[in-house]
Design a protein around this ligand. Structure first.
Ligand code: SAM
Length: 279
């Protein structure tokens, strides 16, 4: 009888985001196929999991899948894990799972974390339909046509991106979509977890003010149509200037604009102070 292939989700950062079932199955498996065995050592050590590990990553998956399928056919139970979140979601494992299906090997998913859905649950954008677009192309020309294709979708758009390229993604998105409502989720479940919500232009200017952008990022962008009215960054700044010219109190002004712009009052408050300092 063949063994079972378990696809086990692991935490995005916070080690407590592990299910009891995932821990038990990793302990009971004969072998853990890990994207990076050194990286997973910390998680496995934390839960006292002593199951042997073997590397199965992007670069060796084709060759490794053959070996793992052979072991599964001979009755070995294997748990596949990636560095973070759900294997196969912008992570290795597709070749292994498709070959296992072809061979009739039982495949059991063990659910848990995923950055796209975790971030979406707190992004403040529609969740009834969403489109996961994974990592966008790195080359500018391909990125532009990828975004132009995405522009017609009504679903909330979800992108994974490295902190080094996130500014470029947001400015290219403004060109392709206009200044839509969006949310950048950074370092989900970790110590410095952050959500920056508002029009794309506001997220862009917030990031541009920083010396460096660190950590892992997911970008959520409102689908086409039916966006809450919102305001662009230029419109917000113009309203602040008008309010200051009319000597409106800072708190009152922040409250009024925050309501119209659909972004937190504290953010507008900071913008008012920074405009006051500049003038
Ligand atoms: N398998 C993972 C999942 O289920 O979400 C995704 C792996 S993919 C190689 C890594 C990307 O996922 C990162 O570049 C980032 O876009 C996103 N990501 C992973 N962990 C994250 C976190 N803690 N906060 C924000 N984004 C995260």
């Amino acid at each position: 009888m063949s063994g079972t292939l378990y696809i086990v989700a692991t935490p995005l950062g916070n080690l407590e985001d592990m299910t009891f079932r995932a821990v038990r199955l990793l302990k009971e498996a004969d072998l853990i196929a890990a994207e990076d065995t050194r990286h997973s050592k910390k998680l496995l050590g934390h839960y006292g999991i002593t199951t042997p590990t073997i590397a199965c990553h992007e670069y060796n998956e084709t060759a490794k899948a053959h070996d793992l399928i052979h072991r599964l056919e001979n009755g070995t139970t294997i748990a596949l894990i990636s560095d973070a979140g759900t294997p196969l979601i912008s992570d290795p494992g597709f070749r292994l799972v498709s070959q296992a299906h072809k061979k009739g090997i039982p495949i059991v998913p063990v659910p848990g974390c995923n950055a796209a859905v975790t971030g979406l649950s707190a992004a403040g954008l529609p969740t009834d339909t969403f489109l996961f677009l994974g990592f966008p192309p790195k080359k500018q020309g391909r990125l532009d046509s990828f975004l132009n294709d995405a522009a017609r979708h009504k679903a909330t758009l979800i992108f994974y991106e490295s902190p080094r390229r996130v500014i470029r993604l947001i400015s290219s998105a403004i060109t392709a979509f206009g200044d839509r409502q969006a949310c950048l989720a950074r370092e989900l479940t970790k110590q410095y977890e952050e959500f920056i919500r508002g029009p794309l232009s506001l997220i862009l200017s917030t990031l541009e003010e920083r010396e460096t952008i660190k950590g892992e990022c997911v970008l959520f962008i409102h689908g086409e149509d039916e966006q809450p009215a919102g305001l662009s960054l230029d419109q917000i700044e113009a309203m602040i200037r008008d309010g200051l010219n009319q000597d409106t109190r800072t708190g009152e002004l922040a409250k009024k604009i925050a309501g119209l712009a659909n972004i937190p009052k504290s953010k507008i408050y900071d913008m008012i102070l920074s405009l006051k300092n500049r003038s």
